[in-house]
Design a protein around this ligand. Sequence first.
Ligand SMILES: [Zn+2]
Length: 217
Amino acid sequence: MTTFQELRRAVCDLHAELTRNNLVAWTSGNVSGRVPGEDLFVIKPSGVSYDDLTPESIVVCDLDGKLVDGELSPSSDTDAHAYVYRNMPAVGGVVHTHSTYATAWAARAEPIPCVLTAMADEFGGEIPVGPFALIGDDSIGRGIVETLAGHRSPAVLMRNHGVFTIGKDARAAVKAAVMCEDVARTVHIARQLGDPVPIPADDIDRLYDRYQNAYGQ
Ligand SMILES: [Zn+2]
């Protein structure tokens, strides 16, 4: 059972994975994690540099995105995270980045086609594009949920904006963000010299099933 302080520390530490994997510039990007058994989640404070993040600086919000505990203002993306937690009960972690290659696909509003076995494993198909949405109301959160509902992919490319990923916990959402950028880069490079070859749908199904159900320790 994760305690409150352990979750704050875990989410603080996971932000270091965003910088380590070159997914973020300056203070953009954020990780959040649902507090197990409570209608609460923890998230990065707004405008704090990655080097200055501490477990104590991670803020606690309710599922309407209102600050419950913490001295700093929550991330400006908090409403989008809150909308996802309210509407997707199985989601325990959300990540947002403007990682370069994935966001380049988002700028073209082009889904990343499933042309790599690693994509079939992690995403179960293409990585879809969500709608254009402005910050300030529920439209980003609604776009994320409407795009990912009924989709295997834990990642969505929000048009003209960037990546949102979901997971059973914050760590799984960070992994999806790292993998999303990795495949976005590889498929982009493949495109430079020709047309990447699609993987047949039934092979995607087999790869996805094996990876999700049998792979690992
Ligand atoms: Zn953003």
